[in-house]
Design a protein around this ligand. Structure first.
Ligand code: FAD
Length: 381
């Protein structure tokens, strides 16, 4: 593969934009084709940077996630510097409470050694003191001080602005309909506005990737909602629209990651609650049962929020793979790179994906970790 300088990225979600920015900053000429920016899972996500709370066992996947988490502070600092857009990155830590159930108690003893070095077990007294307001059946939990969060919507906006500022040509509203190939090379992409050609191509179309290439990626729908912390009454029984001004005012200054539920407080007083995990194809919309299960789980974990005003409902599609790991690196076409299948951890994995794939595309240097994420692990499926 020759070093490519003229690169076309299909998909303008978090992967497409992060990689476009990295490639462009290294001198490449980059075009991004994006059918619908708002459709990207990047807007639907919770923004947790949670390799530990997610319980990923020691593995190349955990290594990838930890490397990406470590890149985050500097990565967002540069983004904010370029754009002036705050990303809401917040190294607030994640608390993972455990209920009085057989399954949960078992999990306490099964915590991998590597994780236990970066986490603290809090018993019943300690956890209720550390985080007042937890449900009464919480009997303890793990505290992961290095897990963090970012406001993924703000991050997506910052990436878009940064990519434009460094000269990436972003074409919103353009759908790629087919990838044209000849003799093992991509020769162009057929789009809603005609054929577009480049020297090198990247597939970064998230949950929709299988519509263009036979990769084993399927949508895993997630429903979400948000509430907001009510502002203190103003003496007339009124509840204001805008809420906390500093994180010290927040009743919940850290993420809660429970069993099939998480509660993610933003610094501006919003609280994001997620998420369902449904295999229903690309069926849109929120459903009563989806929202009911989220509300029940959230109120059990943190009863105080039952009286908080509801702000918004939404849903999105995670790009799932059979082993829940992304598909990264070279493809069957010598000039097409794969950057897809990030499933539940795409916000977390954006910086490392951009870094490793830019090295691969521009310098032909392949980090050894990439071998574990190659598409060929699925051959024969
Ligand atoms: C409910 C939910 C909660 C989540 N929470 C977290 C979390 O807390 N932490 C975390 O790390 N991750 C989380 N994720 C996962 C994360 O959002 C995804 O892994 C990540 O957004 C995937 O990025 P992507 O760029 O591959 O795809 P997307 O962000 O989905 O972007 C794909 C883009 O490609 C475009 N596209 C698709 N097909 C075409 C085509 N043919 N032509 C042109 N454009 C096309 C789409 O319009 C879209 O804009 C969550 C996801 C969901 C749904």
């Amino acid at each position: 593969m020759n070093a490519a300088r003229d690169i076309l990225i299909v998909g303008g979600g978090i992967m497409g934009l992060s990689l476009a920015l990295e490639l462009s900053r290294r001198g490449a000429s980059v075009t991004v084709l994006c059918r619908d920016f708002k459709q990207a899972a990047a807007h639907a996500a919770a923004g947790m940077l949670a390799p530990q709370a997610e319980g990923i066992p020691p593995s190349p996947m955990l290594d990838l996630c930890l490397r990406s988490r470590a890149l985050y502070p500097e990565w967002v600092r540069k983004l904010e510097e370029i754009t002036g857009v705050a990303t809401g990155y917040w190294p607030c830590g994640i608390l993972s409470p455990i209920y009085r159930t057989q399954k949960s108690v078992g999990a306490i003893h099964q915590l991998p050694l590597q994780q236990s070095q970066l986490s603290t077990w809090l018993d019943s007294d300690a956890i209720h003191k550390f985080q007042p307001g937890l449900g009464s059946d919480v009997i303890g939990g793990w505290w992961y001080p290095e897990d963090a969060q970012v406001d993924n919507r703000a991050l997506a906006q910052a990436l878009w602005a940064a990519a434009q500022q460094v000269g990436v040509d972003i074409r919103e509203g353009v759908t790629v309909e087919a990838i044209e190939q000849q003799h093992g090379k991509v020769i162009g992409v057929e789009t809603s506005v005609g054929l577009i050609c480049a020297q090198h191509y990247v597939l970064a179309t998230g949950a929709w990737s299988k519509q263009l290439l036979p990769v084993p990626i399927y949508p895993k729908k997630g429903q979400m909602l948000s509430v907001r912390v009510p502002s203190p009454t103003n003496g007339q029984g009124d509840k204001g629209q805008d809420t906390c001004t500093t994180t010290e005012d927040l009743p919940l200054p850290r993420v809660l990651y429970g069993s099939e539920i998480y509660i993610v407080p933003r610094q501006d007083g919003r609280i994001v609650i997620g998420a369902t995990s449904e295999e229903v194809g690309f069926t849109p919309d929120n459903t009563p049962s989806g929202i009911q299960s989220l509300l029940a789980g959230a109120i059990r974990l943190y009863p105080e929020l039952q009286d908080f005003p509801i702000q918004e409902f939404w849903w999105g599609f995670r790009p799932g793979t059979p082993d829940e790991m992304p598909i990264l690196g070279t493809s069957t076409y010598e000039n097409l790179t794969l950057a897809t299948g990030h499933y539940r951890n795409g916000i977390l994995l954006a910086p490392i994906t951009a870094l490793l794939l830019a090295d691969l595309i521009l310098q032909q240097t392949s980090d050894p970790l990439l071998n574990y994420f190659h598409y060929s692990r699925f051959e024969g499926l």
